[in-house]
Design a protein around this ligand. Structure first.
Ligand SMILES: *Cc1c(COP(=O)(O)O)cnc(C)c1O
Length: 364
């Protein structure tokens, strides 16, 4: 639960990715438990040979329906999607992969597995993206792939997917968004970043994960049927690695069903997020560029962030500091992640701890 034991002490959890608290949802737990009796504990193979069970297909069908896309494919993890699919979409020396400078490490590893040229643009800088695209076009690159995080996990800000899609279309480039922190969070009912910007039919590849808001584990891709056929024929991580045990697939299916049928979790997440952010700002804390349930509490130098975190921990609030070299030297922070399962009382208790510790350390 959002109140959890950390080293034997009951604490309010503010750094889990379990945004919607679905990992504790009875229907999802039940679905995972029940299928063990009929399907066994493991799938016995990679999907492409004998590891396909009905439940894997059902989860993918339901996911595609939820995301209003033609098809979807579920990988072992989100990391396996980025490492397996990115290098296949733009594999050759005559191709180019263009990345936001703050993209997640798993994207960087995926890019490393390709022979394609690399382009980087300053964080969310559409002018620079335009320049890099123009150059790639001038050089006659065969395939151009623009890759970005949807929600950036350090600041909680959101990639301008509408503008990225528009630019990419002008240059005939493909778009790929890693919506790991936006899946279940952004867009109506948590349908993701495509819906958030109304470009769900324009983003070529929307990938995400079941390990965050969905509360389970597993990587996901949603897009056209052609994309999905390509992905499962080409992604080595998908082809050459065992499929999820049935209880994982059943939990994924149940999680998507819960998201479609019970909007209250998603609504609660945003209510909590807005309240927490507003109160922090009211106390004088700087929450940076955040537009999502990832709310950084800016502290300045590393020792202040570490101090704030340990004082909060003493008061029963679990929120870890992020310091150099993860972020710039003077941008140390505590990164909080909101959870739909926290009550107003929990939030007030956490806020009191932040206020008290923030004053002691002269951050506010
Ligand atoms: C967490 C995360 C991943 C990895 O997802 P897993 O399913 O946990 O492997 C990939 N990209 C981003 C941006 C993430 O935040």
């Amino acid at each position: 639960t959002p109140r959890c034991n950390v080293d034997g002490k009951k604490m309010i959890m503010l750094c889990s990715n379990n945004y919607l608290n679905l990992s504790n949802h009875p229907r999802i737990i039940g679905a995972a438990r029940d299928i063990l009796d009929t399907h066994g504990a493991g799938s016995g193979s990679v999907r492409a040979i004998a590891g396909n069970m009905d439940i894997h297909f059902e989860a993918e069908r339901k996911l595609a329906e939820f995301k209003d896309r033609e098809a979807s494919l579920i990988y072992q993890t989100g990391f396996a999607v980025n490492a397996g699919l990115i290098p296949q979409l733009a594999p050759g020396r005559e191709d180019i992969i263009i990345s936001d400078e703050l993209n997640h490490g798993s994207i960087i590893d995926g890019v490393r597995l390709s022979h394609a040229a690399r382009g980087v643009f300053k964080h969310k800088d559409m002018g620079e993206l335009d320049d890099v695209l123009k150059k790639a076009d001038r050089e006659g690159k065969r395939r151009i792939l623009v890759v970005t995080d949807g929600v950036f996990s350090m600041d909680g800000d959101v990639a301008p997917m509408d503008q990225i899609c528009k630019l990419a279309m002008e240059y005939g480039a493909m778009t790929y968004v890693d919506d790991a922190h936006g899946e279940g969070v952004l867009g109506h009912h948590g349908k993701g970043i495509g819906h958030h910007f109304g470009v769900e039919d324009k983003v070529d590849v929307e990938m995400g994960t079941f390990s965050k808001a969905f509360g389970v584990v597993g990587g996901l891709v949603a897009g056209s049927q052609d994309l999905i056929n390509f992905a499962y024929n080409k992604s080595r991580t998908w082809l050459l690695s065992g499929s999820h045990p049935p209880q994982v697939a059943a939990a994924q299916l149940a999680a998507v069903e819960v998201l479609s049928e019970e909007p209250e979790h998603w609504e609660r997440l945003w209510e909590n997020t807005n309240y927490f952010k507003k109160e922090l700002n009211g106390m004088g804390f700087d929450t940076g560029e955040s537009e999502t349930p990832i709310t950084p509490v800016m502290c300045g130098e590393s020792h202040k962030a570490k101090g704030l975190s340990s004082r909060c921990a003493e008061m029963g609030v679990f929120a870890l500091p992020i310091v150099f070299p993860m972020v710039a030297r003077d941008k140390a922070r505590i990164r909080t992640m909101m959870n739909a399962g926290l009550t107003k009382e929990d939030l007030d208790e956490a806020l009191n701890a932040f206020e008290k510790a923030g004053r002691e350390l002269k951050i506010i």
